[in-house]
Structure formats: structure tokens, C-alpha cells
Design a protein around this ligand. Structure first.
Ligand code: PGA
Length: 257
């Protein structure tokens, strides 16, 4: 059984979207999410050039918007980077940090991810800290060691009060974009491990939402979200189609009942 806590479902558009196509997706998601009656919080993390469009179309709706990364620096000579404060100028709520695609393709270290989480918090944003193991790491029984290390790096630099304001997303790298989701049991077992580490950090941190990500689709969402320590999802591919994304949001609501 899942805990009696509101669920959170956040879309990660990655490098997808065009201004001419986004309007329909954003307005459909806003309309569909309004029926979820506060039991499911919904967010979309869009590419930075579409923040103004997201703000214009989502302000006043129940859907919050966010970015997929922030700089570890406050401002300065960092060509190409976007500061958390700049995202905050567009009414952003969420900032994904440490997505496995950034850890892998941009060599982001656990310490850099921790610095980004801190910047997001300082700017008043909610960091969604992604953690996850590769297939090799899972097969060599290193899942808890890898995830524990990624999580510890972030918790180390935050006070208990700050850590209580983050969101964690467990995303096994082998399940991202592959169509091959973790089973509900595999995910729950890692989520329970993550929950125990959060509890260790302090009572206020124990109820930090822990999302699952990696090939979540309408067909598997309810079973995943029904697990005790799974508080919702971070959704990639399926967040690009309003029908699928809303079906996943609805599955989160059903899992609560
Ligand atoms: P996916 O991506 O749902 O397409 O597997 C999830 C993510 O990378 O956040």
C-alpha cells in the first residue's frame, strides 16, 4: 500500500518541443490536471527557451513548470549556463538536477549535482535530485552503494530544513527511454533504501517525495505508484503526449484510493 500522501507527477520534456506545438500540449495538460482535485500535483520541466510560453499558458492553472538543469554558479562568465535565479524570474517551481543524461554526457560529479541543488534552493526552487544506477552497477550488486553515494553527496551540503524541501527521483539508467521499466518490486526496494537514508537525515526529511522514473507509461503507472515508498513519477517520453501524461497523472490518483 502506498502512503497516504498526495502524489507528484512531473514531466521531463528533455530536448523536445517547438513553440508551435507546445501550446496544445500545455493547455491540454492544464485542462486535464484541473480534474485531479489537489490529490496529485503536476509539473512539466521544459527547455529554457519555452519558460515564458509555459508561464503564460500555465499561470493560473494547477500545473507548475520547471527547468531540467541549473548552473552551480549564481552568475558570471559561464557561457551557455542558466542560473537558478534566471529560471525563478519565469515563475519556475522545479529544477531537475543530476539527471543521468547530464551525469553521463556532461560528466557531472555528485559534488557538482549537490552544488546545483543548493543553488536551486537558494533561488526558491524545488530541486528534483535524480539518482540511479547503470545496468552494470545493478548486475554487480552495487545499486545501493551508487545510489547511496549520489544521495549522500547532496544531503551532506544541506541542513535538515533545506533537505526537507527537495524531491528525489530514482531513475535506474537502464530503464530510461528503453521501454523497460523496473518492476514495482525492484523500484520499491530501492525506494525503501532511499527512504531510510532520508529518515537518517532527520524527521523533517522523512516525508520528502521520492519519485520513480524510467519508462513509466499509462500501463505500468498505477502499479508503480501503488508501492509504499513511491510518491509519484518523473516522466520522459510519455510526457510529450497529453493523453498519456494525463493517464499517468490519473493513475497516481487511483493509486491513492
Ligand atoms: P523516460 O525518461 O520516461 O522516457 O524513460 C524518464 C527520464 O529520463 O526522466
Amino acid at each position: 500500500m502506498s502512503r497516504e500522501r498526495a502524489k507528484l507527477v512531473v514531466g521531463n520534456w528533455k530536448m523536445h518541443g517547438r513553440i508551435k506545438d507546445n501550446a496544445a500540449l500545455l493547455t491540454e495538460v492544464a485542462a486535464g490536471a484541473s480534474a485531479l482535485q489537489n490529490e496529485v500535483s503536476v509539473g512539466v520541466c521544459v527547455p529554457c527557451p519555452y519558460l515564458a510560453q509555459s508561464q503564460a499558458l500555465l499561470a493560473g492553472s494547477v500545473v507548475r513548470w520547471g527547468v531540467q538543469d541549473v548552473s552551480a554558479h549564481a552568475q558570471g562568465a559561464y557561457t551557455g549556463e542558466v542560473a537558478a535565479e534566471m529560471a525563478a524570474d519565469f515563475g519556475v517551481t522545479y529544477a531537475i538536477v543530476g539527471h543521468s543524461e547530464r551525469r553521463a554526457y556532461h560528466r557531472e560529479s555528485p559534488e557538482l549535482v549537490a552544488a546545483k541543488a543548493r543553488r536551486a534552493l537558494d533561488a526558491g526552487l524545488t530541486p528534483i535530485v535524480c539518482i540511479g544506477e547503470t545496468l552494470d552497477e545493478r548486475e554487480s550488486d552495487a545499486t545501493e552503494q551508487v545510489i547511496g553515494g549520489q544521495l549522500d553527496a547532496v544531503l551532506l551540503v544541506l541542513s535538515e530544513e533545506e533537505a526537507a524541501r527537495i524531491v528525489i527521483a530514482y531513475e535506474p539508467v537502464w530503464a530510461i527511454g528503453t521501454g523497460k521499466s523496473a518492476t514495482a518490486e525492484q523500484a520499491q526496494s530501492v525506494h525503501a533504501f532511499v527512504r531510510a537514508k532520508l529518515v537518517e537525515k532527520g524527521a523533517a526529511v522523512a516525508s520528502v517525495p521520492v519519485l520513480y522514473g524510467g519508462s513509466v507509461k499509462p500501463e505500468n503507472a498505477q502499479e508503480l505508484f501503488g508501492q509504499r515508498d513511491i510518491d509519484g513519477g518523473l516522466i520522459g517520453g510519455a510526457s510529450l503526449k497529453s493523453k498519456d501524461f494525463l493517464a499517468i497523472c490519473q493513475a497516481a490518483r487511483t493509486a491513492l484510493q
